[in-house]
Design a protein around this ligand. Structure first.
Ligand code: RB5
Length: 147
């Protein structure tokens, strides 16, 4: 798959680790995040990754800030994005099965490298179940279209 990754200044090291990990899984990864330790604004990177995924150019996205909260909130403002904040792999698998999440977010100040790997592995290797879950996603899309 083609994966867009983005991060703010709190997550440069974890982003690099996860980029290498995902490339090792055989995916193509494009880095939209910062590589500097200077304070940076997470909505900037959330927008880049979310638009890259929403455009259809990328299959999935990975976003990392300090907590994962701000960057996930920002990503979910982009139409067509279902960004799930997950701090463990069970939620990452379920958000693929039930929500067809197209971006995963987590916090570099919350999860370590090994836990982040398992979150990303679950996110990339779990398929959407469809069925009743598609109906609920369609209702989310209806809300988006009403705005
Ligand atoms: C930056 O200090 C921090 O606020 C940011 O990385 C993120 O945690 C926001 O939700």
């Amino acid at each position: 798959m083609k994966i867009a990754i983005g991060n703010d200044h709190t997550a440069v090291e974890l982003k690099r680790h996860i980029q290498t990990y995902v490339e090792g899984m055989g995916h193509e990864v494009v880095n939209f995040g910062t590589d500097k330790s200077d304070s940076a604004d997470y909505p900037v990177y959330a927008k880049k990754v979310a638009q890259a995924v929403a455009s259809g150019e990328f299959d999935r996205g990975i976003l990392i800030c300090g907590t994962g909260i701000g960057i996930s909130i920002a990503a979910n403002k982009v139409k067509g994005i279902r960004c799930a904040l997950c701090s463990e792999p069970c939620s990452a698998a379920l958000t693929r099965k039930h929500n067809n999440a197209n971006i995963i977010a987590f916090g570099a100040r919350i999860v370590g490298q090994v836990l982040a790997e398992s979150i990303v592995e679950a996110f990339l290797n779990t398929e959407f179940e469809g069925g009743r879950h598609q109906r609920r996603i369609d209702l989310i899309t209806d809300i988006e279209n009403e705005q």
